[in-house]
Design a protein around this ligand. Structure first.
Ligand SMILES: Cc1cc2nc3c(=O)[nH]c(=O)nc-3n(C[C@H](O)[C@H](O)[C@H](O)COP(=O)(O)OP(=O)(O)OC[C@H]3O[C@@H](n4cnc5c(N)ncnc54)[C@H](O)[C@@H]3O)c2cc1C
Length: 546
């Protein structure tokens, strides 16, 4: 068996190492057009920000290590130019010598990744406009910053990489602006969830231009660049970072007639086999099935690329491993905040016409009685039919990704909100609570599905016409409240119930939903039609005010 692998980073390197573990006899050759294999591209923004101080720390494995430990041949600076499927061979250009040669295969794995999108706009090729994908890219960015003594940066795109770069450029004392076409940063999230992040970014000196699209660049006489936008913005800057997404690298696959899909990726089956029985493809270059919706999708993340590399190796060596699909589990640090999500967002469910229910909650990341509990703003999406968990998003300073990881696993196990209620999770005061935020999310959702505590949503009620009951104390009410809400603090509810209408729904709210839950139970037990507005005033602030 002679196995050739094109692309030696996340998917390719993990495939090579797994292949060796499955066969000592196979000849394995890994090609990459770049000067490195197996480097941590996820660490690049932090290398630019000098958090990762040495370039060598980005190298997870070297060609020497591949040779010595795994007996895998690595050929860097080797560009694979074409695939001859009929004769099972690939054409390779050695970029050091310029020579071109053919290499035959019994099995071929493509893991060529994805290329940053560079829209064909005026001025796109001006010096000083960068994308970040490789170690040489980060070197060029650092060199430009140092040579130009850069003071201003504009990042195009407020996605994961854009925000990580914003944090790291601010760390380099560069005033940073982010221009984002959507009315929010982190577009995969639902908008109300990231409202707080907008404020947080601004508090750290990042200027946000949301809901505005890039139209081009102009070179200024003094060496600066002017970024132009649809709304007429003209942002003068020293450096531009393009982070508006990536598109699958499918040139090789397309040129040799492999099937590609409508999302622009290589089509593969659940064993990562492409439309040719001797070729497998993995990572950012392929289209995968969404685990929940079964739609074809491209989600460029390192975890799926690594797991797919393993599945491809298993398949090549006769094992029947299957890739389960992607669910978009992702996390991003934005200065002191962490944003994480898994599964479907509300906007995706809406777009697909799926029925769903949602809850919002804002618990502390650990027990309130232990110092420094930080709130986690959590949203859980689930099916109203059977309670199956569909997605979750969370923002906060601490413990965010831990909760999303638990829910990610629940989604993969097709668990329900009833399972989240029952999950036995770690608890000591420093780490969580006897009722962990994941349990509480499950309990709120399950209480709603059982009819014990019906929920309402701020975006589903009429703020002008409906009847609102605010059960917070007088001081909280005085600071801010919703429209004409009646204030009866929870502790007075039983004695002042006669002030409430019996002929219409009562929408109950408090700060985060807990007191309103108690109030809703009291009112239901007393024959009122009461509903708890999920997430209380905290959710109102993001969903309606934001
Ligand atoms: C700045 C940055 C930060 C990121 N942060 C995260 C993160 O925090 N979490 C996360 O999950 N994901 C993150 N990602 C995404 C993650 O790195 C990718 O999803 C993952 O690397 C994809 O693996 P891959 O093997 O498909 O492609 P890649 O890792 O991109 O590897 C593809 C390789 O193939 C080579 N290649 C392509 N065509 C050819 C050819 N014809 N001949 C030879 N070689 C070729 C390329 O040079 C490249 O080295 C980040 C990406 C970037 C750029």
């Amino acid at each position: 068996m002679k196995l050739l692998i094109v692309g030696g980073i996340a998917g390719g390197a993990s495939c090579a190492a797994r292949a060796r573990r499955l066969s000592e006899q196979a000849e394995i050759i890994l090609f990459d057009r770049g000067p490195f294999v197996s480097f941590a591209n996820c660490g690049l923004p932090y290398y630019v920000g000098n958090v990762i101080k040495e370039e060598k720390n980005l190298l997870v494995a070297t060609p020497e290590l591949f040779k010595e430990r795994f007996n895998i041949q690595v050929r860097t600076e080797s560009d694979v130019l074409s695939i001859d499927r009929a004769n099972k061979k690939i054409q390779v250009k050695d970029l050091k010598s310029g020579s071109i040669y053919w290499e035959s295969y019994d099995a071929l794995v493509l893991s060529p990744g994805a290329a940053p999108i560079r829209p064909p706009l005026p001025g796109i090729d001006l010096p000083g406009i960068f994308a970040l994908r490789t170690i040489p890219d980060s070197r060029r960015i650092l060199q430009w910053i140092s040579e130009k003594k850069a003071k201003d940066a504009v990042i195009i795109g407020g996605g994961f990489i854009g925000l990580e770069m914003a944090e790291n450029l601010v760390r380099c004392c560069i005033h940073t602006s982010v221009l984002e076409m959507q009315p929010q940063v982190l577009p995969p999230f639902d908008r109300e969830m990231v409202f707080g992040l907008h404020e947080h970014l601004k508090s750290r000196g990042v200027t946000l231009y949301l809901g505005d699209a890039l139209t081009g660049f102009e070179a200024d006489a003094d060496g600066k660049i002017t970024v132009l936008s649809k709304s007429g913005l003209k942002l003068r800057t020293d450096i531009v970072i393009l982070s508006i997404g990536v598109k699958p690298e499918i040139t090789l696959a397309k040129n040799c007639g492999l099937e590609t899909g409508e999302r622009g990726g290589i089509r593969v089956n659940d064993q990562m086999r492409a439309s040719d029985p001797k070729i497998w493809a993995v990572g950012d270059a392929v289209e995968k099935r969404d685990f929940l919706t079964s739609e074809w999708t491209t989600i460029p993340l390192a975890g799926p690329a690594n797991r797919q590399g393993r599945v491809a190796a298993d398949s090549i060596f006769g094992r029947d491993s299957k890739f389960r699909g992607v669910q978009g589990t992702a996390v991003c640090k934005v200065f002191d905040q962490v944003a994480a999500m898994t599964g479907a967002s509300e906007k995706a469910l809406r777009r697909l016409g799926k029925t769903y229910e949602k809850v919002y909650l804002h618990p502390g990341h650990h027990a309130g009685y232990y110092p420094d509990a930080k709130p986690i703003h959590l949203k859980l999406l689930f099916s109203p039919q059977d309670g199956r968990v569909l997605g979750a998003q969370a923002i906060g300073e601490e413990g965010v990704e831990k909760r999303i990881d638990v829910i990610a696993m629940a989604i993969q196990m097709k668990a329900t909100v009833y399972d989240l209620e029952e999950a036995e999770l770690c608890y000591a005061p420093q780490f969580g609570a006897a009722k962990d935020p994941v349990n509480i999310a499950g309990m709120i959702a399950a209480n709603a599905l059982r009819g014990d505590a019906p929920l309402a949503q701020w975006d589903g009620i009429d703020l002008k016409k409906d009847f609102f009951l605010d059960v917070r104390n007088k001081e909280e009410y005085k600071k801010s409240h919703v429209g004409g809400a009646l204030n009866i603090p929870l502790n007075h509810l039983r004695s002042e119930m006669n002030r409430l209408p019996r002929d219409r729904a009562i929408y109950v709210y408090c700060g985060v939903g807990q007191r309103a839950y108690y109030a809703t139970r009291v009112l239901l037990e007393n024959g009122f039609d009461a509903r708890n507005i999920s997430g209380g005033i905290q959710t109102f602030d993001g969903q309606i005010s934001g």
